[in-house]
Structure formats: C-alpha cells, structure tokens
Design a binder for this molecule. Structure first.
Ligand SMILES: *Cc1c(COP(=O)(O)O)cnc(C)c1O
Length: 395
C-alpha cells in the first residue's frame, strides 16, 4: 500500500472497495500509476471515458472554455449548453433536454417529470414500474427504482411509488400496471445488473403496452447511450422511441454531466418545478459538445459494432476452450464473460497483475466497457491476457 492509499484509508468514508492502484495519468485506452506502470484500461472510467483518457478534442474544449467562462448559473443563457442541447435533439427522437450532473440526478429528474405528467394527464397517477436487477442510481428515489435488495435494504423506508417486477417479462409489467401507474422505466440492457440483454421484442412490447395504457416509457440509457452498444442510443436498435430518456456516463468523456430528454408532449415541467446549480454549466457542456461531435462526425458507433463483434468472437473462442466459462453476453462494447463459479474477483486481480484493468460486475462475471476508440490491437492484447490468466486455472 503506498502513502496515498494509507491516507485514503484514514480519511475517506469506508464505502468503496478499491483496487490497490493509484492512477495519475491517462491517454487513450492506457493509464499509468504513480510508479509509472502502464495498464490497458477496459474499465474506462466505469463506461465513462467514451473517447478514452484525455482525448485532444476534449482537452482542447476544456482548456479553451476554462479560459472564457466556467460557471454562470442558469439564470443566464450560455452557449455550450445550447449547442449540446441542439446536438442531442438533432440526433435523437426527443425534443427537449435538461442537464444535470450525474446519472442518478438524470433519473431523479425523469421520475419527477413522469410524476408531473401523471398529475396533469393521468388523474394523479404516480407509480413507476421498474425491474429487478436494474440500476438507476444512489439517491433515495433512484434506489427505490433500483430493483436490487442490497441497495434498498440499508435505507428502508424508501420513497413510495415504485413497483419492481421481473426483467425481460412484459407480462409482469402488464400485471403490475394499475390506474396509479404513470410510467415504466427500464434499461435497454441492464448494465450494473450483470450486462443482461433482454429478448429482441421486449422494448417493443413495453412500448405497445405503454401506448395502450397512455403511460410513459422512460429508457435509462445512462450506460447504453452515446455509442456504447453500437448505435448512438440503444433504442435505435430495438425499433422503439422512448418518451423520456436519461444519459450520463459517456456523454462527456469523463466530465460529470447527466441529462434527461423528453418528447414535447411529455415535457410538462412549468418554470421553477425543477432546477440545478451546476447543471449544464459551460465547462462540462463544452467537453460534451466536443465528445458528441467527435462521436457523430467519425461514426464511432460503427467502430463499436466492428470491434464489439471482433471482441465478442474472441471471447466466444475462449468460452469454447475453457469449460468454466458459461456465457458471453452484451452488445457493442458493453460485454460480459460469465463463469461457473465466483472467480471474477480472482480474475480481476490476475488481470491487474498482467497490466489489464477489468471490472467484476457479478461475483461470477467480468464486464468490459473500454473506451469506444480502441482498435483491434487493444482487443488482441486483452484476449491474450485473458487466455493467459484463464489457462492458469485448473481446467
Ligand atoms: C451508472 C448508472 C446510473 C447512475 O449514474 P451515477 O452517475 O453513478 O449517478 C444510473 N443508471 C444506469 C443504467 C447506470 O449505469
């Protein structure tokens, strides 16, 4: 343990389990620790560094904006915020946007918006149906929305108005719908829940049910959005359009920003009903404009589809070779490798030894969420390291 890590143990709340690495620098898909040791980063700031670490267009946007205007408050118009809103509206099916500072806040805003819609258009309906295994954030309302016992238990009583049902089961949503229901909120692919991909028709069937009942469909694209699964937004691959969509993680390639977007008819906030001091400030919006422009202009989702397939094929080969690999799942560059036993933590540490950063998404599964700008060489390197560490296990 280095001096910084010892200091952290004394000072920081004991709520995060960290790996024994102190990172000081990053470039592209590589990071360096305090001793100068280089790692290939397939955690990518937790699915955040969409353009990799310190991409030149992001650094340029940040430094230029930092010289001009960092924070102005939302009492005034600021240009990067409006530019970012325009990019998002022009490139999605949604009409209006609100910026905040994290994923949880984006979902919190989406929940409030759905409740306003329920009050105004659905006779006061306020319940939101969400799914088991989901992850929607750490605020009290988003914890109530998150259908995982381990996140809910420590904080009971939770805010009322959330009904958790099975994922990938439209009948469960139908059975849970009452005249109190104002919305259904799901992730197109469950990220934190283990990279769970639902059946192809799941979102379409939810969309049809919501239309039938006149309730809203909220898609939490905080992890799947901004190119991660091979299209700018995941909903584009499933043939549906949400009424409300939330974004965060990859939107700013590292800067803290979240957003929720809505169709015009669902955009029912009145002045003063929601707000944020930092939300959409010029600094983070400038970085996000640069990120999004780069992703769109260079068709990064195409790279994600190609590299995602290449990576997935490689993982499938490993599965064929090692009997204790049970599944390769995910889409684009949001992939997971599952094992028969709970060996993910051991695998994370073994990879770390080989200078590779990966994430344990479940006790029995690794998750890969690298920068979207990786190349075949990076994937080959990861596959090689995985093969090495997997070969060391008793077959
Ligand atoms: C990460 C994540 C969140 C929470 O985002 P924070 O920025 O940590 O608040 C919400 N929903 C999904 C799908 C996520 O992956």
């Amino acid at each position: 343990m280095d001096d910084w890590q010892e200091l952290e143990q004394k000072l920081y709340m004991r709520v995060i389990k960290r790996l024994p690495v102190t990172l000081v620098q990053g470039q592209g898909a590589r990071v360096w620790d305090i001793d100068g040791r280089e790692y290939l980063d397939f955690v990518g700031g937790w699915g955040v560094d969409s353009l990799g670490h310190c991409h030149p267009v992001v650094v340029k946007a940040l430094t230029e904006q930092a010289r001009n205007l960092i924070q102005a408050s939302n009492q005034f118009y600021t240009i990067p915020q409006i530019q970012l809103a325009q990019l998002l509206v022009d490139n999605s099916c949604l009409d209006r946007v609100f910026f905040c500072n994290s994923g949880a806040e984006a979902n919190e805003g989406a929940i409030k918006l759905a409740r306003r819609y329920g009050k105004l258009h659905l006779k006061g309906a306020y319940e939101i149906i969400t799914t088991y295994g989901s992850f929607h954030g750490r605020t009290l309302a988003t914890v109530a929305a998150t259908g995982q016992d381990k996140f809910q238990q420590p904080y009971i009583p939770l805010p009322d108005g959330f009904v958790n049902v099975d994922y990938d089961n439209v009948e469960a949503i139908k059975a849970a719908t009452t005249n109190r229901t104002c919305a259904v909120m799901v992730e197109p692919i469950q990220g934190e829940g283990g990279v769970n991909v639902p059946s192809d028709n799941y979102l379409k069937e939810i969309r049809a049910w919501c239309d039938d009942k006149g309730i809203l469909l909220i898609l939490d694209e905080i992890q799947t959005g901004i190119g991660r699964v091979g299209s700018l937004f995941a909903y584009q691959q499933y043939g549906v359009e949400p009424d409300i969509m939330t974004l965060a993680k990859g939107l700013g390639s590292g800067v803290p920003i979240g957003a929720f977007l809505a169709k015009e008819r669902a955009s029912v906030f009145a002045p003063g009903e929601h707000g944020s001091t930092f939300g959409g400030n010029p600094l983070v919006c400038a970085a996000s404009v640069a990120t999004l422009k780069f992703i769109i202009d260079n068709d990064i989702p195409r790279n994600v589809r190609q590299l995602g397939q290449y990576f997935k094929d490689g993982l499938e080969k490993l599965k064929a070779k090692f009997g204790f690999i049970t599944e390769v799942r995910g889409r684009g560059l949001l992939l997971a490798l599952a094992f028969t036993n709970n060996i993910a933590e051991e695998m994370v540490l073994a990879c770390l030894d080989e200078n590779l950063l990966v994430n344990q998404v479940k006790p029995n599964a690794l998750r890969f969420m690298p920068p979207l700008i990786i190349n075949e060489g990076d994937v080959d390197e990861v596959l090689g390291i995985l093969e090495t560490v997997l070969s060391r296990r008793p077959q």
